[in-house]
Design a protein. Structure first.
Length: 165
């Protein structure tokens, strides 16, 4: 008998609407397929360090940015846990620091994930060109460097499906 294609799913969550949709999708997958889910939020200290090296921000600003991102990450992971609990699912969460793409891949490897879920594009979201470029680069690095399958969630009506699921 063939083993299930995925038993452990890792979700890269950055607080965006599209990554929240990936979290919802993973929770529904866990409910349907009895697989385990881990949600990872990465505080992008690599970009902050780069901004400090180029003197775009000073150290105090960088430290403030990192602290704010860490608080956001904790709040977002608690929210993800609450969503899972509302569906009777227990998920693992982890807050990491570093370069987003490498931390996601490292977390997936450590978790022995069979699948990484990424959020699709936030169409119509108020993202700057720089933010879109950074997310695009990170997603491309994850897709190109992951040691397991990667899926981009573009489910049209995931919020409605989540409500009834």
């Amino acid at each position: 008998m063939i083993k299930p294609l995925f038993q452990k799913i890792l979700v890269a969550y950055n607080g965006s609407k599209s990554s929240l949709h990936a979290v919802m999708y993973a929770i529904l997958m866990a409910k349907c397929y009895k697989c385990r889910v881990k949600v990872v939020y990465v505080v992008d200290t690599a970009t902050i360090r780069q901004l400090m090296l180029t003197k775009f921000v000073i150290k105090e600003e960088g430290d403030t940015f990192a602290g704010n991102l860490e608080s956001d990450g904790k709040r977002n992971l608690e929210f993800a846990s609450g969503l899972a609990k509302s569906k009777g699912i227990k998920i693992d969460t982890e807050l990491r620091e570093g370069a987003v793409w490498s931390e996601v891949i490292t977390a997936a490897d450590e978790y022995k994930a069979d699948l990484i879920l990424l959020g699709g594009s936030d169409n119509g979201a108020a993202l700057s060109t720089i933010q879109r470029d950074i997310i695009s680069i990170q997603d491309s690095e994850i897709i190109g460097s992951a040691h397991c399958s990667v899926m981009v969630v573009r489910q049209q009506h995931i919020e409605q499906l989540f409500k009834i699921g």
